[in-house]
Design a binder for this molecule. Sequence first.
Ligand code: FES
Length: 238
Amino acid sequence: MTQTGAGTSAGNFLRRYWWPVAAAADLDSEPVMPVRILGEDLTLFKDMRGNIGLIGDRCAHRAISLAYGIPQENGLRCCYHGWTYDTAGHVVDMPFEPACLPLKVKAYPVEVLGGLVFAYLGPPETQSLLPRWEAFAREDLDTRIRFVPLPSNWVQCMDNSLDPVHFELQHVVAVVAVQMLEVHRVEGIERQRIGLQAPPGLRGRRRQRRLDDRPSDRLPVHARGGNRRARVPDSGAD
Ligand code: FES
C-alpha cells in the first residue's frame, strides 16, 4: 500500500488520477525541470512554442539526464549530442545522423488548469477528463500556489488529512494560539483583541471555553509560550 511505483497495487490505483506536478508560471522562468511523481523520475519542459511535455528523465541515446535539456521550437534537445524529443517523447531530430530513427522515450499527457500543470501517468484506456473543480476552473479568484515537500509516505498524509480530531485540535487551535501569542509579544500589551473570529470548530457555547482556563501543559506544544497562554477571541453572535 505504501509503494507507488509502476506495477505496484497502490501505484496502479493512484495512476487512475491526474496529479499536479508544477506551477505553470514556474515554467516561464525555468522551462526545464526534473519531476519525481509516483516513484518515477521525469522531465517537465516547455518548448519555445509553449507546448508542455512530461517525458522520461533519460535520453534514449546515452542516458544523459534530460533535465539538462535545451528547449527548442520542436521540443527538448538533449544537451549531449542534440537528439530532440517532442512532447509525446518521440525523437524528432538526430544531428549528425543520416536519418532520424523512430525512437521514443516514455511520455505522459499534461494539462494546465487553475495555474497548475496536471499529469496523468496511467494507461490511456482509463484516462479520465481532468476534473474541472470550481476552485481550479473559476477565473475570478486570486490564486496562490505553494509547493511544500512533505517528507513522509502518502498514506501518512492521507491518514492525517482524514483525522478530524487531529485537524481541529492541532491546526485550528494552534493557528489561533500562535496569532494571539504574536499579539502578546508586543511590549506593554497585556490583553488585546486582534479582531479574529474564532474558527468554526471553536464556536458554540460549549466550545467557547478560553484556552487559558486549561492547564498550559494540555495545550498543543505549538500553543505553549512560557508563561503566556493563548486566548481565543470572542466569536460574536454564534
Ligand atoms: S546522450 Fe542524448 S543525444 Fe546523446
